[in-house]
Design a protein around this ligand. Structure first.
Ligand code: ATP
Length: 813
């Protein structure tokens, strides 16, 4: 700006001068200047991003082709540069596509697909090529062989940043030992300062992709992760957008592009989860918005001044007295059958009766006669038009509507409202409907709301009454519910597309309609058991928990959030918990602080889950690993570099729920652990005091020594496992002093003499000269169970008890 200020002439013509320097910018030029947006802001980071882009693509390609991925990554020092090689055993890329995939930004197969994949935008690998050519000046070298292809194709290329088109240096066929797959080699200015991030990326990728074999060879380390399973993630299906997710611009684009003529066809063909019934509901909601609804009123009773029959009689001319009289009477009689009636119902009724009269009297009720009759009949019902004349001098034009409205307002307001207030509101509402421009009484909900607002405001102002928001909303709701949906056909797709308001009404109607969540076969969550397994593989912890939420929708794209936790054991106890973030099975390495995932973890009150959280917010302290996975057909990232998930409320709330589900399990684990610890402490204290007391007691009473173990078990309400010997007879007694049933599994290893069972459901197995007596028993609270066997005097025993926490069992054997 400043430079222009000094260079440009003053006054007129500045815009023209500026225009000379204005030109379009190619996308490649743009990203050349904004490398950071794509994750290439430094040499250290650039290398990690390039590995990530190539490995993500390789995994996507293999999974799409149903091939168990075998991925090799190598980083070599090459003079002033680093050379990166990534090879996969995927389906390969055709000769025609190779230059575009690697040499053109924004070229890819996934941008328009609603299906979970790691790649989304078609920028990733070409951005890596761009970064490599910018920093090293060397072309990218690509080798690819398609499945079944005789030769492999070899290219050396760069991106022409002016045109964003590939510039091919070398193109030839070559031989390659892999039967199919793709290999890319790039040189770039880089360093290994981000080695930790690189290792984390590879390690965590292996954790959430147990079906892949991944190898990384870099100048100072060689890491290899073997495949743990041959089962590939469930194949995902591409889906159409969900009606709850599209935005207005997208909807208008879809309306323009569709082959459908009718809205119903459009909704069913272009969206997921819309069948005939759902499309009818959407169209009904659209009608309400587009046409409004028709107010319904109670038909006047015959003794009221409004005389429908007389009005109809007067409106019909030249049809003969009998025919006219019967027509008028029959319409009036039929109206008696209605509690409330709307304009189009009166029209339908008049049509039906007119048809009958035509047949019976051989007269014609043409459309003009019918229209006149509808107009006159409706005016008589709502008390406008000629009705004043019919009712005589004293007739109040809106009397009927007033009493009708009084009944509605009275019904839906509380008994505290006095009569005068209700009457005030009804009286002021009546002319708003009665004198409205639309004589059919068609109004949108907003119009009805506005009428009620004005009537209530005026009543408050002039009658010194109160008529609050709830009362107003109740009246609107009651009138709207009583109003009738109109039968008009909705406009066709082309008409809606050309009318922004109508498109917006359709969008609102779609959002308002209950529609089942999109199918989830387009997503492939890791699933909670595999998350736990993944955590178990990486962390030797005391406790693991995981949860996988049901699918939700954001912007028409379904998503699933999963969370996992590992606690205790060898997990680093010092400092803050480790937070691992994943999106579509890709570890997110950078921008931790700008990620919705981290924000949610920080906002949770972890003290509620028995974790240490100084100040009550922020990442908790202690031996915890938190893991969050967001799987979606379109993960909302904060930028093209796909490092952080954006703060989308729907997503944040699901992340929170997933975290809380896993955290609840952690809480009960920690609670139990704590109570066990307290029990242990109590037991330890008793174990010190009791013998002293017993000793003193025996001394005072001059009795034999007391059996302390039994006493301890009883005080602690423990399950006591006791051995009694009488000659060769051995008895194992399980005495349940607790208040719930105990399932115990006892293994008594007997050496020196073969045990012979006398009773019980036990088994004896010999192994290396020892006998394993295995006994499983369930003992109810307060009961005991006994196993008896014979063993010689030389027998030695080694007993262990499983099935109960250590702290709940006292062994005296
Ligand atoms: N190793 C590969 N094997 C087979 N096809 C590939 C491979 N790498 C890339 N492709 C194809 O090239 C396209 C472009 O890849 P690119 O990395 O530029 O974008 P993307 O993965 O679709 O999205 P993103 O920009 O989010 O990474 C992919 O959509 C895919 O069709």
């Amino acid at each position: 700006m400043t430079s222009h200020q000094s260079q440009l002439g003053e006054g007129e013509g500045i815009a023209e001068e500026l225009a000379e320097s204005q030109r379009s910018i190619s996308i490649a030029e743009f990203f050349e200047k904004n490398k950071h947006m794509l994750g290439f802001d430094s040499g250290a980071r650039g290398l990690v991003t390039a590995v990530k882009e190539a490995v993500d693509n390789a995994l996507d390609a293999c999974e799409e082709a149903g091939i168990a991925p075998d991925i090799y990554v190598e980083i070599q020092e090459a003079g002033d540069y680093y050379r990166l090689i990534v090879e996969d055993n995927g389906p390969g890329i055709t000769k025609e596509q190779i230059p575009k995939v690697f040499g053109k930004l924004l070229y890819g197969s996934r941008f328009h697909a609603r299906e979970q994949s790691r790649g989304q935008q078609g920028i990733g690998i070409s951005a890596a090529v761009l970064y490599s050519q910018l920093t090293s000046g060397k072309p990218a070298k690509i080798t690819s062989r398609t499945k079944g292809g005789v030769d492999a194709e070899y290219f050396e290329l760069i991106i022409d940043t002016d045109t964003n088109e590939p510039e091919i240096d070398v193109e030839e066929t070559t031989t390659w030992e892999r039967p199919h797959g793709t290999r890319i080699e790039m040189e770039m200015e880089a360093n290994m300062r981000a080695r930790n991030q690189l290792h984390d990326y590879i390690k965590h990728t292996a954790v959430v992709n147990p079906h892949a074999r991944i190898e990384l060879r870099e100048p100072s380390e060689h890491m290899k992760y073997e495949r743990v399973t041959d089962t590939l993630p469930a194949e995902t299906e591409e889906i159409r957008p969900h009606p709850h997710g599209v935005e207005l611009g997208t909807l208008i684009k879809m309306l323009d592009a569709t082959d459908s003529y009718s809205v119903s066809g459009f909704l069913q063909n272009e969206f997921t989860r819309v069948g005939g019934k759902t499309s009818d509901s959407v169209i009904d909601n659209f009608r309400d918005r587009h046409f409004g609804r028709e107010m319904s009123w109670t038909p006047p009773e015959s003794h009221e001044p409004a005389d429908v029959a007389r009005a109809l009689d007067a409106a019909v001319a030249n049809k003969g007295a009998d025919a006219t009289a019967e027509f008028a009477d029959r319409v009036e009689d039929a109206l008696d059958g209605y509690d409330r009636v709307a304009h189009h119902e009166v029209a339908d009724l008049i049509d039906d009766v007119a048809d009958d009269i035509e047949d019976k009297y051989d007269v014609t009720f043409g459309s003009t006669v019918r229209e006149n009759a509808v107009e006159a009949g409706w005016a008589a019902i709502v008390g406008t038009g000629d009705h004043a004349e019919l009712g005589g001098e004293d007739a109040d034009e809106h009397e009927h509507l007033r009493s009708d409205l009084y009944a509605v307002v009275d019904e839906v307001t509380t008994t505290q409202k006095d009569d005068a207030t209700i009457q005030g509101v009804a009286d002021r509402l009546a002319p708003k409907f009665g004198d409205a421009d639309d004589s059919r009484h068609r109004f949108t909900r907003d119009e009805v709301r506005e009428f009620v607002r004005r009537a209530a405001d005026a009543t408050e102002e002039y009658d010194d009454a109160t008529f609050g928001e709830t009362a107003r909303e109740n009246v609107v709701e009651a009138l709207w519910e009583r109003a009738r949906r109109v039968p008009d056909d909705p406009p066709n797709v082309a008409e809606i597309a050309g009318d922004r308001d109508a498109s917006s009404e359709l969008l609102d109607a779609m959002r308002e309609t209950d529609i089942i969540a999109p199918p989830t076969d387009c997503l492939s969550p890791i699933e909670s058991d595999l998350i736990e397994e993944g955590l178990r593989k990486e962390y030797d912890a005391d406790f693991y928990a995981a949860s996988t939420r049901d699918a939700s929708v954001h912007g028409g794209d379904p998503f699933i959030v999963e969370a996992g936790l590992a606690y205790g054991g060898d997990v680093e106890a010092e400092g803050k918990a480790e937070v691992m973030r994943f999106a579509n099975r890709v570890p997110l390495v950078y921008q931790r602080g700008a990620c919705a995932t981290t924000d949610v973890v920080k906002d949770i009150n972890w003290r509620n889950y028995n974790l240490d959280q100084p100040g009550g917010s922020g990442i908790p302290n202690g031996p915890v690993v938190v893991m969050v996975h967001v799987a979606s057909t379109n993960v909302p990232f904060t930028s093209e570099s796909k490092d952080a998930v954006a703060n989308v409320p729907e997503l944040e709330s699901e992340i929170e729920l997933a975290m809380r589900e896993a955290a609840r399990e952690l809480k009960s684990f920690l609670k139990k652990r704590r109570s066990m610890q307290q029990r242990r402490e109590k037991q330890d204290k008793l174990a010190t005091i009791l013998p002293e007391m017993a000793e003193k007691l025996s001394a005072v009473t001059d009795n034999d020594d007391l059996d302390i173990d039994d006493t301890l078990a009883r005080i602690m309400n423990n399950v006591l496992v006791e051995r009694k010997r009488d000659g060769d007879t051995v008895q194992l007694v399980v005495e349940n002093n607790s208040d719930r049933a105990a399932d115990v599994e006892i293994t008594d290893i007997v050496a020196g003499s073969e045990p012979v069972l006398a009773n019980g459901d036990a088994s004896v197995v010999e192994m290396d000269g020892e006998w394993f007596v295995k006994w499983s028993t369930s003992v109810s609270a307060g009961d005991e169970a006994t196993l008896e066997y014979d063993a010689g005097a030389d027998a030695e025993f080694d007993i262990s008890v499983d099935g109960l926490e250590e702290e709940r069992v006292t062994i005296d054997a």
